[in-house]
Design a protein around this ligand. Structure first.
Ligand code: NDP
Length: 329
């Protein structure tokens, strides 16, 4: 028997509830590799899956946790053997498949990545899906021409998980970084991660009034979407790119096409879930190289399985700062 955070649904009321429960190995879903999970994290999607599901969870009872790191315990696949250290993000684990909020997980070998050199399992989950996605966004901006010296790079939802890691990586790479936050009390934290400018959320969250404003940002990593993304598009420098990562502020995009047509602005979509294996390896290697571990440590909020029901609510309310690392043991 081992511990897992299990979400159950009352069929009559349709209400879900989450609690730490003891389960057996036989209850785990099919898969080639069984992992003794060491750490998981709390991402925005986890908030949905711990709570009412947000349309992501198909079947109950369910074990959430969209990412985890741990040690292989048993494997029917040649690529992994017992004692290998592994990381998993994406592939709808924790949504359609049981996830990392459990002391053991069984998954497909294709979904795993060997623990990147230079990171331990705790650091890998301090990065987690949010940080991995921030790295994908940085790589996409670079692939589209972003270089240091081009000007400030804007990060929206800066004090959140994606935002915090994006700020730290961009600053470590030598970029001037501006962070948008709705929580002024996080200014010192964001400056310590490397932001040189703090933009108040209200300043940039208004509906687009003019399709083009002054050319301000050399790049943007956007975790917020909605009106903020629409506004930012009109503030980009000529030919600059915005990496669209999230929708913490809304899924609509009340924008005009003018920034694309008159300024050659690029809107780059970032998906971490279905990323091919080779690009996953490339992103994790870049994380190990370009994210200063002391800065990563500053973002960490430690937690255990029993803290998750509350943390799920907190992240949906935009109240989590940085990266929660869940020690499942
Ligand atoms: P967090 O909750 O940690 O961060 C989101 C941040 O956005 C908050 O901390 C807050 O930052 C800001 N924010 C929250 N609500 C609003 C609002 N109404 N208006 C404006 N800003 C707001 O979540 P994550 O960092 O884990 O995820 C961020 C987004 O990225 C989510 O939408 C998530 O689903 C998405 N995501 C997408 C992935 C992909 O593959 N594309 C992978 C991982 C995440 P502040 O307080 O500083 O303003």
């Amino acid at each position: 028997m081992f511990d897992a955070l299990m979400v159950t649904k009352d069929e009559e009321s349709g209400k879900t509830s989450a609690a730490v429960t003891q389960i057996e190995l036989d209850q785990l879903p099919a898969g080639e590799v069984t992992v003794a999970v060491e750490y998981s994290t709390v991402n925005y999607k986890d908030g949905l899956c711990i709570g009412p599901g947000g349309g992501l969870v198909r079947n109950y009872p369910h074990i959430p946790g969209i990412d985890f790191a741990g040690t292989v315990e048993a494997s029917d696949d040649d690529r992994y053997k017992p004692r290998d250290k592994v990381v998993l993000t994406g592939w709808r684990v924790g949504e359609a498949h049981w996830g990392g909020y459990s002391q053991k997980a069984r998954v497909r070998a294709d979904w795993l990545v060997p623990l990147p050199k230079g990171l331990d399992t705790r650091q890998a989950m301090a990065v987690g899906t949010a940080g991995f996605t921030a790295m994908l966004a940085v790589m996409a901006l670079e692939d589209h021409g972003l270089k240091t010296g081009h000007g400030p790079v804007l990060v929206t939802g800066a004090a959140g998980g994606v935002g915090s890691v994006a700020v730290a990586i961009l600053a470590a790479l030598g970029h001037e970084v501006a962070g948008v936050t709705g929580r002024p009390e996080t200014s010192d934290y964001l400056k310590a991660l490397g932001a040189s400018q703090i933009v108040a959320r209200d300043e940039i969250n208004e509906t687009v009034k003019r399709p083009l404003e002054g050319e301000t940002w050399a790049g943007c990593i956007d975790a917020v979407g909605g009106a903020m993304l629409a506004r930012v598009l009109g503030q980009m420098k000529y030919s600059a790119s915005v990496a669209a990562v999230g929708l913490a502020g809304g899924a609509a995009l009340p924008a005009t096409v003018i920034p694309f047509l008159l300024r050659g602005v690029n809107l780059l979509g970032i998906d971490s879930v279905m990323q091919p294996y080779d690009n996953r390896l490339r992103a994790w290697e870049r994380v190990a190289k370009d994210l200063p571990m002391a800065k990563l440590e500053d973002m960490v909020v430690p937690a255990t399985l029993k803290d998750l029901p509350q943390l799920g609510k907190d992240i949906l309310n935009g109240q989590v700062r940085g990266r929660v690392v869940v020690d499942v043991n």
